[in-house]
Write a protein of this length. Sequence first.
Length: 202
Amino acid sequence: MADLSKKAEKQAKLIRKFKKMWERSQSELCEVRGSSIHGRGVYATRAIKKEEKIVEYVGELIDKEESERRANVQAEKAAQHGDAAVYIFTVDDDFDLDGNLPWNIARLINHSCEPNCEAWIDKHRIFIHALCDIKQGEELSFDYGFDIETWEDHPCRCGKKSCVGHIVSRSQWKELEKKKAEKHALSKKASKKIPAAKKSRR
C-alpha cells in the first residue's frame, strides 16, 4: 500500500508540474496555423507592440551532456526518417531547455533571416518578445542562430529579401558567403567537361 501511495503521489506531482507548464505556454497573442515557410507556424492574433512579451518557450531543463545525447538521438532519427525537428534551446553555459512538448506553442515559431521576434532569457526561463511592431495575422519568427558547421543541413525558406539561403546565425553570414563561394567553385571545377581524346588514325 505504501508503494502504491508513493507512486500515486509521484504521478500527481508530475501532473501538477505539466499543468503549470501548459498554463505558462498558453498565450492570447498568438495561434498556430499552416506556414508557407515550413510546416506549421505561429501567427499574431492581434497587433503586438515592440518588446511586448508574446509567449513563453517552455520545456525540460537539462544539462549539456543530456542535451548532446538527445541531439545525437535526433540526428540518428533524421538520418533514417528525415525528421530533423530539434527543439533544444540554449539557456546558459550549463543548461539547455528541451521544448519538445506538444503544448509548447513557441516551438513552432519558424526561423527567418529578418525576424520580428527574439528570445529573452530570464534565469532558466525563455520568453519570446516582439523585436518590432507586429501586425495582426503576421507570422512570428526569430533567428535560430544555428552554428555554421551544419549550414548545409538547414536550408532557409523564409523568403525575405535578405535571406542567405541557410539557417545560420547572423554573426556568421560573412563566413557562410565564403563557404558557399568555395563550394560553388569546387562544383564548377568538377563539372567542367574533360576534353575528348583524339581518335587515332589507323
